[in-house]
Design a protein around this ligand. Structure first.
Ligand code: BES
Ligand code: MN
Ligand code: MN
Length: 454
């Protein structure tokens, strides 16, 4: 098996680079045809890997690609999930090389989607090819690669509900998360949930002269800033009433175990070029991103932002706000709590509207299952006997909780990215080490899973 990977590694890489050349940005309608072209390319790649079938399923949004290879109905079935859509590459001028013209530099692939998630789901297609070509496939494989993950997976829920029989499996395997370091394998056992919304604050019915009216009429930008600032107290604790009611507190032992994962605060600060970190009092950085909820402004605008100065008292101010959630917070409940509270703190001098965007539930993978054990054994074997550490990731893949609800399946988050991969940022990259290590580890998961299930 490793011989096959070694013999074909250059082709595997050049195929991935071809996929990275397709700008499959799901958020921007300008790329709609490219997104479809990418779906076609994924379908072809699944067929070429030796699947029995691969098909494109239309949705009201971007298509879902589905494929399968059923070798024996008596064997366990692994459902692979990934996404072929990518985040917008803006701002382009901050990239050292164009985002959709992949280059290899310092043993890394630089391109939008290199790690999130093309480089990662493509490992599964190449692992499938390897197992088929070497006659070592030990499980049935189903593979579902969607095109709307980065915009909230709006239509995948319907696809899943309408195709429960087709998607029948024993476990879902996903590579769309990170490991601690290349010499420290780890498996994410938690994803945070998400409530995303937008707020609009309106003062007067039109922009005003800031001299004629300034000081006498509410400035919606000033008001919005004050409202946002009041959402956290001096301990960086979120002030929305009821916000923490459902947050699961970990036991002292669980917290100790969580903090045993290797973490170098100095390196963390150096990487981000910050002098100090900031977060909720009483929690470590690992806890702040893993087991605690957050509230962040993702964007804020209004008034005059052109060249030079314009003395204006704006009529409107806007902000996009996201909250990362942890078990057992519910994104709809948090949306309600936020909305109620935000409207209640608005002074009578402005009007406030809260517009919900997408959301999703948090997720935790049980570690006492054969599925987790198989992933652990696979990584351990691929890393020469090093035991992978379970970690709680800070990111969200909202569809994972829905998979459990609708299909009754647990997901194993066997991702291979690194924090330095710059997901969603300019100069996103993915290590060649990680790409090949993934292709090597995935067949080991299949091997151990089949053995454990026997
Ligand atoms: N792959 C990421 C999520 C992720 C990244 C999990 C790193 C763990 C470690 C995924 O593509 C993503 O970006 N999800 C979005 C949510 C979505 C609703 C836009 C996120 O976390 O912001
Ligand atoms: Mn992703
Ligand atoms: Mn992403």
């Amino acid at each position: 098996m490793t011989n096959y990977i070694e013999a074909n590694k250059n082709r595997f890489l050049s195929e991935l680079l071809d996929l990275l050349r397709i700008p499959s940005v799901s958020a921007d309608p300008k790329f709609k045809d490219d997104v479809r072209r990418c779906a076609e390319a994924v379908k072809d790649a699944i067929l070429k890997a030796g699947a029995d079938l691969a098909e494109i399923h239309e949705t009201p949004g971007h298509p879902v690609v589905y494929g399968e290879k059923i070798i024996d109905p008596a064997l366990p079935t692994v459902l692979i999930y990934g996404h072929y859509d990518v985040q917008p590459a803006d701002p382009y001028e901050l990239w050292d090389s164009p985002p959709f013209e992949p280059v290899i530099k310092n043993e890394r692939i630089y391109a939008r989607g290199a790690c999130d998630d093309k480089g990662q789901f493509y490992m599964h297609i190449k692992a499938l090819e390897t197992m088929v070509a070497t006659g070592t496939l030990t499980c049935n494989v189903k593979i579902m690669i969607e095109g709307e993950e980065e915009v909230g997976s709006d239509h995948l829920g319907t696809f899943v509900r309408e195709n429960k029989e087709k998607l029948k499996a024993d476990v879902i395997l996903i590579s769309d998360t990170s490991i601690i370091a290349n010499d420290t394998p780890s498996i994410e056992v938690g994803l945070r949930g998400l409530t995303y919304l937008e707020v609009e604050v309106t003062g007067a019915n039109r922009d005003l002269h800031s001299g004629v009216y300034g000081g006498a009429v509410a400035n919606p930008i000033n008001v919005l800033c004050e409202m946002i600032a009041s959402l956290k107290d001096e301990n960086n604790h979120i002030t929305i009433p009821g916000f923490y009611d459902k947050v699961q507190e970990l036991s002292a032992d669980q917290r100790t175990a969580l903090n045993e994962a290797p973490f170098d605060l100095d390196e963390y600060k150096r990487d981000l070029a910050i002098d100090e970190i900031e977060g909720e009092t009483g929690y470590t950085t690992i806890e702040r991103t893993g087991i605690r909820p957050t509230l962040d402004v993702n964007g804020i605008w209004g008034g005059y932002i052109g060249e030079g100065a314009k003395t204006v008292l704006p009529s409107k101010a806007y902000a996009k706000i996201s909250m990362r959630l942890v078990p057992d917070q519910h994104n709809d409940e948090i949306l309600d709590l936020f909305t109620q509270h935000f409207l209640s703190i608005a002074p009578p001098s402005v009007k406030v509207v809260v517009k919900p965007h997408h959301g999703g539930l948090p997720y935790v993978t049980p570690v006492d299952s054969v599925e987790y054990r198989a992933a652990e054994l696979a990584m351990k074997e691929a890393w020469g006997g090093k035991q992978p550490v379970p970690t709680r990731g800070g990111g969200s893949i909202p569809i994972v909780a829905l998979f459990e609800q609708e299909l009754g399946l647990k997901s194993i988050l066997m991702g291979f990215g690194l924090d330095i991969d710059a997901l969603h940022s300019p100069n996103e990259s993915y290590g060649l080490f990680n790409f090949y290590k993934g292709i090597e580890t995935i067949p080991l998961f299949f091997k151990h899973y089949a053995e454990l299930k026997r």
